[in-house]
Design a protein around this ligand. Structure first.
Ligand SMILES: [Zn+2]
Length: 327
């Protein structure tokens, strides 16, 4: 039976052109990274260790601070790098910076950059249609939350959805070896603890649990909530600024924990933007970090301006003169 693929014009026009053109013809094929059994075991170990963390090592101020910083780095890796850069190209950077960003983001425990961007572009292009892997409307809450990650169908990376990045061998390498990079990051945390960087009372084991397992597992859960609860209108605690055809919802609490990713209705209306919080009160920590990186000259061409029609549609004040798209 043919699958209906819907792409409503308002959101689609906001996507990066390369994103629309990606599936046109095969050039790169599929990249196999791990078996679905390995994915499931990795998830199970990660969450078992996270649950055991406070039991094995009771929280202290130093451990809580370590967990918070580690969580923030991993969350920025997902939201700022995997999502806004590799999926939507909301800013530009040099090839070297791109590689460093990919390595940082690989610490998030959610596969490699090309896998993430590939399935995310597929989501945007087929939002709420049967082909959308993370639509609660189509597949239910559990499947949209984490069940789809465990499906054989989505385990490999469809490089033809990300031809703009698949041409870089070093990014292909990161995508293939993200588990090795993530474990290397965990080893680095252990080394820092052994060197006394986190204070004399933080052992290598405690640093590993509070600085790696717990924040990584929490990050996987909160990002998964954007997929599930961010597309679940019936749950209170959110609002829709835009009357999009999909079920996307802005959720302030989720936006706080995902550093801006929870402004999901805004994002589905204008996904090309580097900012997901459109109003002054929609705190978007990822955008603030990106703005800082742009000020420092590390990244450039930050797409931070909203078109006037999007502002008007969302009930937002007009952009100041000289701060308009193309202005
Ligand atoms: Zn997106």
């Amino acid at each position: 039976m043919p699958v209906t693929v819907r792409c409503y014009s308002a959101a689609h026009s906001a996507l990066e052109p390369a994103m629309d053109a990606a599936p046109a013809r095969t050039r790169y094929g599929m990249q196999v990274t791990e078996s679905i059994r390995q994915t499931r075991i990795r998830y199970a170990l990660l969450f078992a260790a996270a649950v055991a963390t406070p039991l094995l090592y009771p929280p202290t101020t130093a451990l809580l601070l370590l967990a918070l910083v580690s969580y923030a780095i991993r969350m920025f890796g997902v939201e700022g790098i995997y999502h806004r850069y590799f999926s939507h190209r909301a800013f530009r950077c040099s090839r070297r910076v791109q590689f460093v960003l990919a390595v940082i983001a690989s610490q998030c425990g959610q596969h490699g950059p090309l896998w993430w961007a590939s399935v995310h572009r597929h989501h945007h292009q087929n939002v709420e249609a049967p082909e959308d892997p993370i639509s609660p409307r189509q597949h239910g809450l559990f499947h949209s939350h984490v069940g789809w990650v465990w499906c054989e169908r989505y385990k490999d990376t469809d490089l033809d959805r990300v031809p703009d990045f698949a041409r870089y061998p070093e990014i292909l390498w990161v995508n293939r070896h993200y588990t090795l990079l993530m474990l290397s990051g965990a080893f680095f945390i252990w080394l820092l603890a052994r060197a006394g960087v986190f204070g004399p009372e933080v052992s290598g084991g405690a640093a590993l649990m509070w600085g790696f397992f717990l924040p990584t597992a929490l990050g996987v859960q909160t990002v998964s909530m954007v997929n599930s609860l961010g597309h679940f209108r019936r749950l209170p605690g959110g609002y829709r600024r835009f009357d999009t055809e999909d079920d996307s919802v802005n959720r302030p609490l989720l936006a706080l924990f995902t550093m801006g990713g929870g402004w999901h209705n805004n994002h589905h209306r204008y996904g090309a933007s580097a900012r997901a919080g459109f109003a002054w009160y929609e705190l978007d920590l990822t955008f603030l970090i990106l703005k800082l990186l742009a000020l420092l000259g590390i990244i450039h061409d930050l797409r931070d301006r909203l078109p006037d029609d999007v502002r008007e549609e969302g009930g937002l004040a007009p952009a100041p003169a000289g701060d308009k798209v193309g202005g």
